[in-house]
Ligand binder design. Structure first.
Ligand SMILES: Cc1cc2nc3c(=O)[nH]c(=O)nc-3n(C[C@H](O)[C@H](O)[C@H](O)COP(=O)(O)OP(=O)(O)OC[C@H]3O[C@@H](n4cnc5c(N)ncnc54)[C@H](O)[C@@H]3O)c2cc1C
Length: 424
């Protein structure tokens, strides 16, 4: 029996951050043979790939400084993002760039804004109603509905608007209408400038943490006996005594591992839902350089429901060192609520049809990253179920944090800052 104080489950960005900031004795247990969770990179045929682009957006200066130091230097990147609409690209966000639409659609969007129902808007509303109340029926029809149905793979009448916070820019009605007549130069969103390691992809951040934190790999936590404060990994091969657990694994998995978990907690966990994402990373060798449509863009949102993926991001436009000479690299994201990714098998044909890649481009590298937990679903049950589970866990000295531990829509900066104040 190995005697330990604090056990940290998971060596993703949340678990590594928690270990980094803790001054007490701790052990990080990681189920796989590598660290980073979703926030990691790998190298193939001269290309550096993330598990879909992981770009760092930071408000807190202290965290920015730490991240810069851990990465061995970061570049500030001025975001260039677009929406693929009717075969053309229009600047993001749709709701502040009506100028680029044809007259009929533009009129529908303006009429939609002018004819919005006069109702009180709150983020507990179904997303689809929230969108119509916020932006009107035209913008909802042409962007919000299609894009979000594809991203969430969920019924937008059941998804609430609680996640929209910083993620959906909310220009007022006057700005939206003016954007139909005059190009809007305002830069919107929490990530209008983001940061990225100078070399080596997002893995550089993880490698920075690993200089101080040494996880135990191939150590999947499988059973937690809260009565005896004992935790078992690898089919019971190893047993750890703990005083506290910081868990960053998906909350619903954690609940399953607890011996004799009360049925009320099991019922609450059954009310938590998520979707999954398949990211296809593609490296292309090209005689003529990157296609016109991808040139200079960082990522492109795709609301059109006849195209199976919801977003394409171009690694080598963010940092040219991510692809070898005469090559470019990008990722394509599909989402699903049942693990089936329609259209993923014919992704190359679709990309050629859309002219994202040229017919004579040579695919030099392609790989698939599946994320079984990707976006947690915000619905009317989430908040209550989450509180029930978290109260029970805290009462038993288990602190569940991170994107899937806290069952939230979070990102690198929040994961680091939440890990820093885990016991506060
Ligand atoms: C498609 C997509 C794109 C994203 N893009 C960005 C972006 O551009 N910028 C950004 O800031 N954020 C982005 N995010 C969010 C970011 O990925 C997460 O916020 C972050 O990776 C969460 O880290 P985590 O450590 O909380 O969880 P995870 O990365 O899930 O790490 C959990 C770790 O726990 C381990 N584990 C699980 N179960 C066990 C067990 N039983 N025993 C031991 N170990 C276990 C896992 O192997 C993993 O290593 C994106 C997310 C997705 C899905």
């Amino acid at each position: 029996m190995v005697k330990e104080k604090i056990i940290i489950v998971g060596a993703g960005i949340s678990g590594l951050s928690a270990a980094y900031f803790l001054d007490k004795q701790n052990t990080v247990l990681e189920s796989t043979y590598y660290a980073g969770g979703l926030c990691r990179s790998f190298y193939e045929d001269g290309f550096t790939y993330d598990c879909s682009g992981h770009f760092i957006h930071i408000k807190d200066e202290k965290i920015k400084k730490l991240v810069g130091k851990l990465c061995g230097g970061i570049d500030a990147v001025k975001r260039k993002t677009f929406i693929h609409f009717g075969g053309n690209l229009i600047p993001f966000p749709f709701q502040a760039n009506l100028y680029y639409l044809d007259d009929k659609i533009k009129k529908e969007c303006i009429d939609g804004v002018l004819n919005r129902k006069d109702i009180e808007i709150n983020n507990k509303m179904p997303f689809i109603d929230w969108s119509k109340a916020m932006f009107g029926s035209g913008i909802t029809k042409y962007f919000m509905q299609g894009y979000n149905e594809k991203l969430w793979s969920w019924d937008l009448k059941k998804l609430t608007a609680e996640w929209t916070g910083a993620f959906v820019p909310k220009p007022d009605a006057k700005t939206i209408i003016e954007s139909a007549y005059k190009k809007n130069k305002t830069r919107y969103g929490y990530n209008s400038v983001f940061y990225y390691p100078k070399t080596g992809g997002i893995q550089k951040l993880i490698d920075g943490f690993l200089k101080k934190v040494k996880p135990v790999y191939n150590a999947p936590v499988e059973k937690i006996d809260i009565k005896n404060k004992t935790l078992f990994t690898s089919g019971g091969a190893k047993i750890y005594k703990y005083s506290k657990i910081i868990s960053t694994q998906p909350l619903v998995e954690l609940v399953k591992e607890i011996v004799n978990v009360p049925s009320e907690i099991k019922r609450a966990a059954a009310q938590l839902h998520s979707n999954s994402v398949r990211c296809i990373n593609i490296g292309v060798k090209s005689k003529n350089g990157i296609s016109k449509i991808l040139k200079g863009k960082h990522w492109i949102y795709i609301p059109d429901k006849t195209i199976p993926f919801y977003r394409v991001g171009i690694y080598s436009n963010i940092n040219p060192s991510l692809a070898p000479k005469n090559s470019y690299s990008f990722y394509v994201e599909f989402s699903s609520s049942n693990g089936v990714y329609k259209g993923a098998d014919s992704v190359i044909e679709t990309l050629k049809k859309l002219k994202f890649i040229a017919s004579d481009d040579e695919i030099s590298s392609i790989n698939v990253v599946d994320m079984p937990y990707a976006y947690v679903i915000f619905d009317k049950n989430r908040e209550g179920a989450l509180k029930t589970i978290q109260d029970f866990l805290k009462a038993n000295n288990i602190f569940s944090i991170g994107r899937y531990g806290a069952w939230e829509y979070s990102f690198i900066e929040k994961n680091i800052s939440d890990a820093q104040k885990v016991f506060c």
